[in-house]
Design a protein around this ligand. Sequence first.
Ligand SMILES: [Zn+2]
Length: 519
Amino acid sequence: MWESGLESRPDQDRIAMEKRLLIIGIDSLDPEVILQERHQLPVLSRLIDASLTYRASSVFPADTIPAWVSIYTGLLPANHGISYAFDLFDPDRKGLAGIDSSRIRGSTFWDITGTAGLRSVIVQPMLVYPGWPIKGVMVCRSPMDRRLNWIETESDITTHPKDTTERYAIPLRFRGIWGGYPGRLNLGRWVHHGLEILEEEKRMGLTLLREESWDLFFIYLSILDIIQHRLWRFHDTGDPTYPGETEMAPVIKGYYRAMDALIGEFLRSAPDAGVIVMSDHGHGRRPVKTVNVNEILRRNGYLSSNHLTEKLAAKVRNAVLAVIDHLGGEEILIRVSAAFSPIARFGGSLYSGDPAIPPGSRACLSRFAGIKSYPHGGIEIRREGISDQEYEKVRGAIITSLESLSTPNGEPLFDFIGRREDVAPGSYSDEIYPDILFRLRDGWGVGWDLHSDIFGRAHDHRVASGGHTAHGVLLVHNLNRDIRRKTLSITDLSPTILDYFGIPRQDLNLDGKSIFGSD
Ligand SMILES: [Zn+2]
């Protein structure tokens, strides 16, 4: 028989007794889509009416891995040091495989509440695998899923304690949906499969929620992010590649309704609990208009690409991409890419150009945030053989030359551009960020073309039309606490949980602040 959860809790008297707390973490749940669809989302709509909070800013860059680690720890990426961007052309995901998630062992909200004597149930927290023993139960799912076909993946599961799998008949492998583009003919089956997976995740979560004893329950759900990345252009009538009212048009709305129903079931299963529903970032149209930053650097003499062969390769690449884009044929390239990594590297180079600083160059675009057409990006500057003084001179000159640039309409092109230690200061800043960080004006994304025009368009929009936006959701319900703060960040979750349970956090040096405090 498993432990009842009613074992003595020696630290209990140190903790201000509060109601138990249920947290539902939904990747990419977007505040604006919810507002547009709220007439179809009864549960979220009631939560919005009752919640004193709604939007919460994400981290820089607004990517899943650094964002969830910030949610777990209350630290900005520059202070937790974990960053990774999922990338279409990185099928090996070496960067992801190299992240040791046990680095955050001891500093997650469930570890800290556990030390204070509270019991947690933590269900498939993004990135945390194989996990570690906690006070309570944790089910961990490997982020390194294996593709079975164009639709399905599977990933390994570990549980703490180990016998949790037997007690709840949890399989040793979970099914998932492939994050890549499934191909036009498979889209329907892919969408349906995703809903089945969501149902399985919900069943497991509800069983643990009902059967286990807990003070803190957290479940993470990833599927909405994948669906929005691939299907955004079928949902967004303002997207230049919106194909009209197709059978794919209602899919994203349908997934929001499924999420709404899921939240409702969790709420009904723990009616006494305080509740937080949150996401790591929002989702919206990925920029179609691009700025070819490497080409600007080349024209300003920072990036050298003078060899005839390179020039020719760049011209061929641009021509091939233009043709593929025109024919809507990226899926061919991408499906081949996903199957064979050497070709993926070729595919990657087709989209991105060389990832390293080319010989004889002083600077080039960084791949730290992936080779996507995203508004955020960075520039790497050569350090070898260059004095600190010269380095700072080059860095300053590049920032000055770029920050004054305008769009063809004469509006400033950059929201901000600056040195990494100014934009994102922290103990790991120089490990995870390139030398210069920037965010482009809304509607513009980073372009990777070389020997091209300065302004272009995203070649991968048809297969990845949705992208992360800078604000996620943070909804609270039934907490019975005053909330006065107006500006919230996803890093506020961890300190809020600690504050809720009366656990001291002064010594933790968290970047986030409890939402029960003042601005
Ligand atoms: Zn995410």
